[in-house]
Design a protein around this ligand. Structure first.
Ligand SMILES: Nc1ncnc2c1ncn2[C@@H]1O[C@H](COP(=O)(O)OP(=O)(O)OP(=O)(O)O)[C@@H](O)[C@H]1O
Ligand SMILES: [Mg+2]
Length: 372
């Protein structure tokens, strides 16, 4: 399918005590056990063990990045409970860069292909408590500062999603791209939860728009979405209250909506409920037929998290079976059928028109004769 699902198990952090609850049993299988409960095995396209490096992870993402330069829309997102390493996978740390900086590097490396001319732009936004916020414009701090422009999602006639007012910087080289990216990550909303000292309280979305001009002056456009989702934790676990609880609730609204879209796509339902959240509205054209999706589901190694881990892995395993292309074939068949019926109607109308103009001519000549 066009949706590939990878699982990454987080290593133990220095302050955690060891009691393995999440075991990588093969390169594609992971087993979750908890005290007294029968263990459950989940299968994915690939499972990364706690010892997997950022390089190892990126190697499996590389082919998808390449296909973005060939004109596919791609979307890579990281999913999982709070504190399991989503931000580590996407953003990384000093000395261990994650998928986003590596993707930017890869794009600049691959764009030197002689057959085409590429242009990239970078945008970044977060979905915080159901609202979109541009991460590349400074937040207004003084009363005299102009208010931030509101970002609106539009769907063009050709089903392309556009985010109105979102800042888009042309990026010519890697160092500029990384500079903008760091600026955006600093502007993200974070709070401290009991499970993660600097927990991301929003969905962070990085977009690279690619315009490719071939030698024959043909222009094609594609986009890359790199998404660090907010934690899918349950509230009693994180002892959340007040602001953190509100943030958690709205993160879960989007994640539920994403789950509903995935399940509708899988069941090949006629109606896909994209409109239920900002997240799914934005991703609409990346879950289409010309797109490729990679989902990283993150698992905690801790036994106390095993119920939560099972939830995350069940959600992700559901996404694995989706084939976007078949939907696409059905859709394009539908579209072709509609076009050919419109063409038939037009031909019929043209015939009618010709008949009528013959009639008009005949009537005109009768009238002219009568006048004489
Ligand atoms: N593969 C890994 N190797 C080393 N450290 C890791 C790894 N994954 C996560 N960590 C560490 O675990 C901690 C939590 O990770 P991170 O902040 O990425 O979690 P998160 O899933 O983004 O959580 P939240 O939903 O709260 O934002 C961080 O200190 C991070 O450095
Ligand atoms: Mg995070």
């Amino acid at each position: 399918g066009n949706v590939r699902v990878f699982c990454r198990v987080r290593p133990y952090l220095p302050h955690e005590n060891v009691a393995h609850a999440c075991e990588v049993v093969s390169p594609t299988e992971v087993r979750v056990s908890s005290n007294g409960e029968p263990s459950k095995t989940f299968k994915f396209d690939k499972v990364f063990s706690p010892s997997a490096s950022q390089e190892d992870v990126f190697l499996d993402v590389q082919p998808t990045i390449k296909s973005a330069l060939d004109g596919h829309n791609i979307c890579i997102f990281s999913y999982g409970q709070t504190g399991t390493g989503k931000t580590y996978t996407m953003e990384g740390q000093k000395g261990a860069p994650g998928i986003v900086p590596r993707t930017l590097q890869q794009l600049f490396k691959d764009k030197n292909l002689p057959t085409s001319d590429y242009r990239f732009t970078l945008s970044m936004l977060e979905i915080y408590k159901g609202t979109l916020r541009d991460l590349l414009v400074p937040r207004p701090t003084r009363l005299t500062d102009p208010p931030a422009k509101s970002l609106n999602i539009h769907l063009s006639v050709s089903d392309h999603v556009e985010v109105e007012n979102l800042t888009e910087y042309v990026i010519d080289n890697l160092s500029d791209a990384l500079k903008f990216y760091r600026k955006g990550t600093r502007a993200r909303s974070t709070s401290s939860t009991s499970s993660n000292e600097s927990s991301s309280r929003s969905h962070c979305l990085v977009r690279v728009n690619i315009v490719r001009k071939s030698q024959l002056d043909k222009v094609s456009r594609s986009k890359v979405w790199l998404i660090d989702l907010g934690g899918s934790e349950r509230f009693f676990k994180t002892q959340a209250w007040g602001k953190v609880l509100e943030e958690g609730k709205s993160i879960n609204v989007s994640l539920t909506a994403l789950g509903d879209v995935i399940s509708a796509l899988q069941k090949k339902q006629a109606h896909i409920p994209y409109r239920n959240s900002k997240l799914t509205q934005i991703l609409r054209d990346c879950l289409g037929c010309n797109s490729k999706v990679v989902m990283f589901v993150h698992a905690s190694p801790k036994e106390e998290d095993s119920a939560e881990t099972t939830c995350s892995l069940t959600f992700a395993a559901r996404a694995r079976g989706i084939h976007l292309s078949r939907d696409c074939a059905a859709k394009s068949r539908e579209r072709e059928a509609r076009i050919s019926s419109i063409v038939q109607k037009m031909e019929a109308l043209e015939g009618e028109c010709q008949r009528l103009s013959v009639d008009i001519q005949a009537l005109e000549s009768t009238v002219n004769e009568k006048k004489r």
